[in-house]
Design a protein around this ligand. Structure first.
Ligand code: BGC
Ligand code: MG
Length: 491
C-alpha cells in the first residue's frame, strides 16, 4: 500500500453556497486539486449532526449529516466522485463519547430505568477513578459532571458536554457496530477510531488501553473481515511506544505514529538526529506501511507523552506565547512552527514521505499557510483554505466567512510558480511514487557518523536529512543547511 492521505476539514475547505461555511459540494469541487497534488485518500473528520462545540467530534446523530455541510446525497456523491477517480475516503468513528445532545444521552438522563439508562457511565461518586487523567486541562478539572435531571454524575474523558459511552453495556457495543456497518456499506474505505484508548474504565487503573478495550477493537476487526474485507482501521491512540504497538496486536491495520511525531520537532530543536533514531528503535518491527505518519493535524501538537524535560524544550523552541498553548500541547501550523523557514518545512515533508508508513498531510500545510493564535481552542489551525488571492480567497463569496483567514500564499499563486512550496511538495509526492521502495521496503537505520544527520535505507534508496544549519559534507553527498537527499545505492 502506498497511500498519500490528506486531511480536509469540510467547514474550512471550500464553501459552495455562499453561506460562509465550507461544505461537501465545495470539497467535491476541489477533488481535481487533490488529484493534481497526488493525494490517494481524503480524510474528512466528522460531518454529522452536532452542536459543534468540539468541531463535530461531539456527535448528536451518527446517521444524520450536519445541514451546513450538505445532505446524505452529497456524502454519497463525494464517495462516488472519489472512487471514480481511484481515490479513497477515510472518516472518523468517534466512538468513545457522544454530545450531550445525542438522543441516547437525553433518554439516559431522563429515564434511568429505560432502555438507554445504562448507555453512559453514571455514578454518585465524582472521586471515582482517581487514576484517570484529565485530558482537556484548559477547560476541565474533573472527569465527572453533575446532571440535575438524573441527580447523578456522568463520566467524560474530554469536554463535560461529551459524556463517555458505557462499553460495559452490550447494547452500546451493538449500536457502535451498527454505525461501523452503516458507514462501511456507504463505501467508506478507512475508519479512524477516534480516542480509542479510553473506551473502558476500571477501578484502580488509569483507564487507557485496557484489555477490555482491545477485546472490543477485535470485535470491530472481526466485523470488517467478515463483511467489508477491503476496509481498513486506523487507531488514534496517543500512547507511549510500547502501548501504541499493542493496537496492531488487537487488529488495527494502521496506527497514528504519535511516538515519532514530537521527535521530529525535537530533532530540529536540538540539531540532532538522535531522538529520531531512538524512537524508531523503540517502535521495533512493524509491518511497513502500518504507521500513519503525520506532521500536523486539526489538533494541537500534543506533548502528553513526552518527558517533562522534552516538553520544556518544546515549549522553549515552539511556543512563543501562551496564546498558542492548547491543553499540554501547542496549537500551531507547520510553517509558523518552523519560524517561516521553508528549508525546515521541506525537510520535514521529505522525511514524512521517506519514513516507513503512510504519509498524512494536513490541508493548508502544503502551501505553508499561517495560523491565527488569537482564535480559541484549536481553531488557530482550522482556518479557511487560501485558494486564490483577493477577497474571499476563493474559499467563499460570503462577506465574512465563519472563521477569519490566516495569511499565506494561495494555491493559485503557487501553482503558477515552479519554485513554490506547493510545487516542491507535489514533486516529492511524485518522486515517492517513482521509488516503490519508499512504500514497501523495510527501514534500516544507517550510522551517518555525524549527530546532525539522520540516515536510513529503504531498499535501494539511502535517505539523508540534515537537522542543522551547517553544511555537512558526507563524502559523496553534501547536505546544505536543513538539506536532504534521497540517493540510489547498490543493493
Ligand atoms: C479529536 C479531537 C477531539 C477529541 C475529543 C480527539 O481524538 O482528534 O479533535 O477534540 O477527540 O472529541
Ligand atoms: Mg456553505
Amino acid at each position: 500500500m502506498n497511500t498519500i492521505f490528506y486531511q480536509a476539514l469540510i467547514h474550512a475547505f471550500k464553501d459552495s453556497n455562499g453561506d460562509g461555511v465550507g461544505d461537501i459540494p465545495g470539497l467535491i469541487s476541489k477533488l481535481d486539486y487533490l488529484q493534481w497534488l497526488g493525494v490517494d485518500c481524503v480524510w474528512v473528520p466528522p460531518f454529522y449532526a452536532s452542536p459543534m462545540r468540539d468541531d463535530g467530534y461531539d456527535i448528536a446523530d451518527y446517521y444524520a449529516i450536519n445541514p451546513a455541510y450538505g445532505t446524505m446525497e452529497d456524502v454519497e456523491q463525494l464517495i462516488a466522485e472519489l472512487h471514480s477517480r481511484g481515490m479513497k475516503i477515510m472518516t472518523d468513528l468517534a466512538l468513545n463519547h457522544t454530545s450531550v445532545d445525542h438522543p441516547w444521552f437525553q433518554a439516559s438522563r431522563q429515564d434511568p430505568q429505560g432502555p438507554y439508562g445504562d448507555f453512559y457511565v453514571w455514578g454518585d461518586d465524582p472521586q471515582r477513578y482517581p487514576e484517570i487523567r484529565v485530558i482537556f486541562t484548559d477547560t476541565e478539572d474533573s472527569n465527572w459532571a453533575f446532571d440535575e435531571t438524573r441527580g447523578q454524575y456522568y463520566f467524560h474523558r474530554f469536554y463535560s458536554h461529551q459524556p463517555d459511552l458505557n462499553y460495559d453495556n452490550p447494547a452500546v457495543q451493538e449500536e457502535i457496530l451498527s454505525v461501523v456497518r452503516f458507514w462501511l456499506s456507504k463505501g467508506v474505505d478507512v475508519l479512524r477510531l477516534d480516542a480509542v484508548p479510553y473506551l473502558f474504565e476500571r477501578d484502580g487503573q488509569g483507564g487507557e488501553s485496557l484489555p477490555e478495550t482491545f477485546a472490543f477493537i477485535r470485535r470491530i476487526r472481526a466485523l470488517v473481515d467478515a463483511e467489508f474485507p477491503g476496509a481498513k482501521l486506523l487507531a488514534e491512540a496517543n500512547q507511549p511506544a510500547d502501548k501504541t504497538t499493542k493496537y496492531f496486536d488487537a487488529g488495527m491495520h494502521m496506527c497514528f505514529n504519535f511516538p515519532l511525531m514530537p521527535k521530529l520537532y525535537e530533532a530540529l530543536a536540538t540539531s540532532s538526529a538522535t531522538p529520531v533514531y531512538e524512537v524508531m528503535d523503540e517502535l521495533g518491527d512493524i509491518p511497513v506501511g502500518a504507521w500513519a505518519n503525520f506532521l500536523r493535524n486539526h489538533d494541537e501538537l500534543t506533548l502528553e507523552m513526552v518527558t517533562p524535560a522534552e516538553r520544556q524544550l518544546m515549549y522553549e523552541t515552539y511556543l512563543p506565547d501562551q496564546q498558542s498553548k492548547a491543553h499540554t500541547g501547542i496549537a500551531r501550523r507547520l510553517m509558523p512552527l518552523m519560524g517561516g523557514d521553508r528549508r525546515k518545512v521541506e525537510l520535514l515533508f521529505a522525511l514524512l514521505l521517506a519514513l516507513p508508513g503512510q504519509p498524512f498531510i494536513y490541508y493548508g500545510d502544503e502551501i505553508g499557510m499561517e495560523d491565527l493564535p488569537e482564535l480559541p481552542d484549536r481553531y488557530a489551525v482550522r482556518t479557511p483554505m487560501l485558494w486564490e488571492d483577493g477577497p474571499g480567497h476563493g474559499f467563499s463569496d460570503a462577506p465574512s466567512p465563519h472563521l477569519p483567514f490566516a495569511s499565506g500564499h494561495s494555491v493559485a499563486a503557487q501553482q503558477e510558480d515552479p519554485t513554490s512550496l506547493l510545487n516542491t511538495v507535489r514533486g516529492l509526492i511524485t518522486q515517492r511514487r517513482q521509488h516503490p521502495d519508499l512504500a514497501t521496503a523495510s527501514y534500516e537505520a544507517v550510522e551517518a557518523g555525524v549527530d546532525e544527520v539522520l540516515a536510513f535505507q529503504r531498499g535501494g534508496l539511502l535517505c539523508l536529512f540534515n537537522f542543522s544549519e551547517e553544511t555537512i559534507d558526507l563524502g559523496p553527498v553534501e547536505l546544505g543547511p536543513f538539506g536532504y537527499a534521497w540517493v540510489p545505492v547498490e543493493s
